[in-house]
Design a protein around this ligand. Sequence first.
Ligand code: FPP
Length: 245
Amino acid sequence: MAENKNGTGRLAPPRHIAIIMDGNGRWAKKRGLPRTAGHKEGAETFRRIATYCKDIGVKYLTVYAFSTENWKRSETEVAAIMALLKKYLLEAVDTMERDHIRLHFFGDMTPISPELRRLARETDEITEHLSKDDFQANVCLNYGGRDEILRAARRFAADCAAGRRSPEDLSEAVFSDYLDSAGIPDPELIIRPSGEQRISNFLLWQCAYSEFYYTDTLWPDFDQAELDRAIAAYHRRDRRFGNAK
Ligand code: FPP
């Protein structure tokens, strides 16, 4: 079994779940709708699943909203995803404190619009006032696992050049602190809906010992029962971390 029972007698959920929100386009196509309608529905699914994760005691939920490669999509689609993020952030600014939801972004925010960046700074400030014990959603925006590792390596090298660090200091723990996920435990469970079975540049450093769960369900159709199935599958896994039985 992967995890101990918590005080309620139920198996405790993973502390950190990460999800590649895939299948929005196919969900829309099946219904004869534009791809953007799939993203709209996908954003609603994110809202429902984040609330459910919080309710069942998951501490961190990390979702892949926009990759460093997603700029290749049409201008209309990119604009629609950014508009959904803006709408979600505007709502978050009003509700995070009330609902005790911390929000954090992973990714290189430099090419993101000044308006979205300002909103992300606002949500970061609100997050700082919330308790570290509160549920935290991490949204990956202009995120790539390789890019995250490169940005971390650059910052470590800059600290070495400035005399704040020396190369001998470098350990897994020290390097982790330079990543977007600094201070956040690695995800125990990574879920990819929509039938695709690949990592697509998501959390490459952090997934070293994650359990993977794949389902054919498209992200807009992903519901609480599906998350329960993913968590149940996780509990059946034998996590050895390289050790032998
Ligand atoms: C992948 O499905 C989905 C995306 C690239 C965008 C995800 C964005 C959102 C759900 C909206 C904003 C997010 C938040 C957190 C409010 P796809 O388009 O690749 O689907 P396909 O493989 O079926 O084409």
